[in-house]
Design a protein around this ligand. Sequence first.
Ligand code: PLP
Length: 366
Amino acid sequence: MIEISTVRLGEEEEKLVLEVLRSGRLAQGPVVERFEAAFSAITGTADSIAVSSGTTALVAALEVLGLGAGDEVITSPFTFVATLNAILQVGATARFVDISDDDFTIDAEGLNSVITPKTKVLMPVHLYGQPADMTRICAIADKHGLAIVEDAAQAHGAAIGGRSVGSFGLGCFSFYATKNVTTGEGGMITTNDAMLADQLRLLRGQGMRSRYQYEIVGHNYRMTEIQAAIGLPQLARLPEITRRRQENAASLSEGLAGISGLRLPKTVQGRTHVFHQYTVRVTSEARIDRDKLASLLAQEGIGTGVYYPRLVFDYDCFRAHPLVAQEAMPRAEVAAREVLSLPVHHGLAAADISRIVDAVRRHLDG
Ligand SMILES: *Cc1c(COP(=O)(O)O)cnc(C)c1O
């Protein structure tokens, strides 16, 4: 079986986790600090604040910006549900702008027509590991005086013109089991704003500056030393992890070129795609539809994923929700019908790639 994702940890992780277990210090401490410093080195940001998950990273980012009832956040309709849940968690209203066909991220052009006087935050999602069009999104945010919260949960190490995601606003990363870097569960917020970094650190730990000195209403969003010990060695390997994913993506694209009804992922010029997912589109011109292809591949032991089968708000629990703006998103709707992610992770061997290419070609081209 070729899995759609695998967790690959080595001796360094085992050694560091054991050190932590034997140290007697399990809650946030020096290893979390080292993990944060190593993460800042990757994003080039002044600060990184480790938290318990990618979702809490998003919630804390919105909270520290003072978001609440009556405020609007604009995000992508084509994302994991955590993006939407975080907005609703702080009591803000979620509005959506359709995606661009090229990169599955929000279409910056469309933002202007969704911005209202209540809009406070633009929340692009760097989906599948490709950065959104941050140059234009930043220009629009500047013009309207809006904050940016980047959902970079899938995009560790991705960049635009050499500038890392997570450095354009408040960056929110996830270390969930399947992400390019994992701590089992975990998250990180990155920022260049020293005041926001300070407030985020307070918020993470019950609003406490020093023991029993409470400055703000806080929470427990902390990461454990064990989580940080699992993540830290992976950060040193991130360039290698990313390179292997990019090479696998290039091999898949080479092998899958020219099949009728199969659209291959595109890396937009000037952007560094870290291929959290390698996502093709099975269009209406293909011999069989997306779901049929997925089940045929599964039958021969090739795992695939559909991220995501529906628009994020297209569920009963959101449909009647007063804080979720429902609008037609034609490009995202087509994407939800057509997308299929093929294995691209750094644990694949060359023979796995050949098997995937041969199978897809046989079913679509055969
Ligand atoms: C994984 C993910 C999250 C949430 O991260 P968790 O660590 O699972 O809480 C948020 N947004 C996107 C796009 C994700 O892929």
